[in-house]
Design a protein around this ligand. Structure first.
Ligand SMILES: Nc1ncnc2c1ncn2[C@@H]1O[C@H](COP(=O)(O)OP(=O)(O)OP(=O)(O)O)[C@@H](O)[C@H]1O
Ligand SMILES: [Mg+2]
Length: 354
């Protein structure tokens, strides 16, 4: 048996070397005899990363948080991306990890720095939309609940928010026709029952932004589009109208802003929650590359799917594989991880740079 060393990222984002056996070699110690164990490890890592530089390899190893670990707090929910800890009756701590989900499956490797990008971008939009609608951000300081080492390790990924009652729907606004909306339109001439002109091309701008809610699926299931009537059944007409109006208004404000920066917000998803007085708040994440499709305007050309700053890049890569989109997801090559991290960072830079 000859020994082969593999490097793996395990489910919690830690890296390790795994010694695996493979038949059959005449001299099992052939490799090890010729070079020192350290050299062997170095060569293996370099080969695996296809000669990526050490700084880049180290970045992947050190800067990622796949799962947060805050033993002094009670973990009450682990979503596809966020770890949520209970603080008191009115507050929770949300950590946006570097996990990435595609086709509703969590990928086995983190995207370095992604959680920080998501949190900073969401905070940027919470601030911009504050005059339109209150949001879940709280004034409490992280220092009250985390120690300095934890604060340093989490970077910008953690925020303290008001604990609100999430509405059981996702509020999707589409300004352009793409993704599942394009598929729906090709089959039915409408999106989620909303009729549209019959000459639209893929990625065309819609005559006006449309609101197409979906139900929030339980863990492991896919969200499902619902008609406005079904949303009214769930929320009541008054709240449903409020959610629709806020969603369109926030999207319009953000799309106009982003356009000036050279980014098209093709579509996005909002979540809302109620406080104890029944007042509507914007919660979760808002207008991030995870919850929205961002297209660089200079490369926008209707008729095909434009390049984007979001996880479409990873989805496109996964589509090239023979994977049935059920867990477990395949591992991503380091080039794809790096490019994805770059796209998230670029979206943040363009949108929020002063
Ligand atoms: N202020 C808040 N109060 C109560 N719940 C909140 C608040 N902000 C966010 N949430 C909830 O926290 C959860 C965040 O989890 P996360 O975003 O990781 O995964 P997910 O929503 O299950 O999946 P995905 O975002 O990929 O669709 C969501 O269920 C969201 O509704
Ligand atoms: Mg979410």
């Amino acid at each position: 048996m000859s020994a082969r060393i593999h490097i793996r990222i395990n489910a919690i984002g830690q890296w390790g070397l795994v010694l695996a056996s493979k038949p059959i070699s005449a001299n099992p110690f052939r490799l090890v005899k010729k070079i020192s164990p350290l050299k062997l490890i170095e060569l293996t890592i370099r080969r695996l990363f296809k000669s990526h530089s050490w700084p880049s390899i180290c970045k992947h190893m050190i800067q990622s948080i796949f799962k947060s670990d805050l033993p002094q707090l009670e973990l009450i929910h682990q979503g596809k991306v966020r770890d949520i800890y209970n603080l008191d009756n009115e507050h929770m701590l949300i950590v946006a990890s570097d996990r990435l989900s595609a086709f509703d499956v969590i990928l086995p490797q983190p995207i370095p720095g992604k959680g920080g990008v998501l949190t900073r971008v969401a905070n940027f939009w919470f601030e911009k939309t504050r005059s339109l609608i209150p949001n879940h951000l709280s004034d409490r300081k992280l220092e009250e609940v985390l120690n300095p080492k934890q604060i340093q390790k989490l970077g910008d990924r953690a925020i303290i928010v008001k604990k609100l009652k999430p509405l059981p729907i996702e509020a999707i606004v589409r300004g352009y026709i793409i993704g599942s909306g394009w598929n729906d339109y090709q089959q039915s001439g409408s999106i989620c029952g909303i009729s549209l002109p019959n000459d639209l091309r893929q990625a065309d701008q819609l005559p006006e932004a449309i609101f197409t809610p979906s139900s929030k699926a339980p863990k492991g299931n896919h969200d499902e589009n619902i008609g406005y009537d079904q949303m009214v059944d769930l929320l009541g007409i008054e709240l449903a109208d409020q959610v629709r109006n806020y969603s369109i208004n926030i999207y319009t404000l953000a799309a106009e802003y982003a356009k000036k920066r050279g980014i098209i917000i093709a579509d996005t998803k909002f979540e809302f929650g109620l406080d104890n007085h029944g007042k509507l708040h914007l919660i979760d994440e808002v207008l991030t590359p995870d919850s929205s499709r961002f297209w660089p305007m200079d490369q926008y050309k209707p008729g095909s799917s434009p390049p984007s700053f979001d996880k479409q890049f990873v989805r496109d890569y996964l589509e090239t594989l023979d994977w049935n989109k059920a867990p477990p997801a395949p591992e991503l090559p380091v080039e794809i991880i790096e490019k994805t991290a770059g796209k998230y960072a670029e979206a943040e830079r363009i949108l929020t740079a002063t």
